[in-house]
Design a binder for this molecule. Structure first.
Ligand code: FE2
Length: 391
């Protein structure tokens, strides 16, 4: 059935090539400015990736006005303020972010204030608070997971008030997403598996979500196909450039899918699990994905059935329900292979969640913004058995 209405807006240019992050001149010439400030973190810097990009920029005649490396595991409000000052005083005209979701989201928030001034929380938190394009922002992802390089959202943690602030605006979409498999080669197996399962969760939840359209479906299916083909190999052998490229493209495609079609109960549960017990986002999603698919099963049977062949399963001759179950089984098979590589826990108990904490996860999931987009209405009591099964 076709949706009554949908829109698709994807102005971020995506370029993919092995080594392209060190040869950005053709793309930056199109953007037209000369002075960039780099935002990254110490982990990325220590493996030499910041230098690689910086040298390439200087060689191409661009000026790097400064580098900020203090971004922590969560994008934090105080870092945004400190970084902003350095960007402003450096004389930069635009920003290049090199990193995972925290770095990219920090750069998005910095760019709001760098372009528009004002107070981040008072003036810009929430949705559609911007009125015009921001200064140029080029993103070079170093994980294959968050998709933040092509999404219109940023999540910033306010340490003082202990809350996560969401910023959603079409002007947060970066100008350019640079997909270079060489930039993800150093990602360790556990991070590779976890971020890959995050991307898979984006794609599956976008696909079965209430906001899905034929266009977002195409991106979600493409992402799922690539993850099923490449995630195990990328986890097994980090230097497998083909597998790295496949997962990187998949994460971006999943990002395009979910920035249009949203995510649902798996993310609601994962956000609660992360907030309460510090379980990394990708690991929580990886554990909870099949259980979230089961929670929604009655309402998404047809779509899950369509996913079975996309996931590489032979669903010929099966009923719709059987094919849908096969899709869930395919996710479990993938998780089991990643688990056998020592890269992904399969149960909440193995990720440090206490048994008496499951009710709090169910209740926390209900309060998460993503719960509004879940196909089945979220109910803590009804959700709890699925979380118990994941324990
Ligand atoms: Fe996610």
């Amino acid at each position: 059935m076709l949706p009554e209405f949908f829109e698709f807006y994807n102005p971020t240019k995506v370029v993919y090539e092995v080594g392209v992050a060190t040869d950005l001149k053709p793309e930056l010439d199109i953007i037209g400015i000369k002075k960039y400030f780099i935002i990254s973190d110490h982990i990325i810097n220590n493996v030499g990736l910041v230098r690689k990009v910086k040298d390439g920029l200087i060689e191409a005649g661009y000026e790097v006005t400064g580098v900020y490396l203090e971004v922590k595991q969560d994008a934090r409000l105080n870092d945004v303020k400190i970084c902003l000052e350095k960007v402003e005083t450096s004389g930069a005209e635009g920003i290049i972010s090199i990193g995972g979701g925290s770095v990219i989201d920090t750069a998005k928030a910095v760019n709001i204030l760098f372009s528009e001034g004002g107070d981040l929380v008072d003036d810009y938190s929430g949705a559609q608070t911007l009125t015009r394009p921001l200064k140029p922002h080029v993103v070079i992802p170093t994980t294959a997971g968050t998709g933040s390089e092509v999404t219109m959202a940023a999540v910033i943690y306010d340490e003082d008030n202990k809350e996560k602030l969401a910023f959603v605006d079409k002007y947060l979409l970066p100008n350019l997403a640079v997909l270079d498999p060489e930039m993800v080669l150093s990602l360790p197996p556990k991070m590779t598996a976890a971020t890959g399962m995050d991307a898979l969760t984006h794609a599956v939840e976008a696909y079965v979500g209430t906001q899905a359209s034929p266009v977002s479906d195409a991106f979600a299916e493409g992402a799922i196909r690539l993850i099923m083909q490449h995630l195990v190999n990328a986890t097994k052998d980090g230097s497998d450039i083909e597998a790295r490229g496949g997962t990187l493209i998949a994460a971006t495609m999943a990002g395009i899918a979910f920035t249009h079609s949203m995510v649902g109960c798996v993310h609601s549960m994962a956000h609660a699990t992360g907030a309460l017990y510090r379980v990394p986002h990708g690991i929580a999603n990886g554990i909870l994905l099949p259980f979230g698919m089961e929670y929604n099963f009655e309402l998404i049977t047809e779509k899950l059935a369509r996913l079975a062949p996309v996931m590489g399963e032979d669903a010929s001759g099966l009923s719709e329900e059987e094919a849908a179950r096969l899709a869930i089984k395919a996710v479990r098979k993938l998780s089991a292979r990643l688990n056998a590589l020592g890269a992904l826990p399969l149960r909440l108990r193995d990720a440090g969640v206490p048994e008496d904490g499951l009710t709090a996860i169910a209740e926390g999931a209900l309060n998460d913004g993503t719960s509004f987009y879940n196909p089945r209405e979220m109910d803590a009591e009804e959700l709890l058995p699925y979380i118990q099964n994941a324990y």
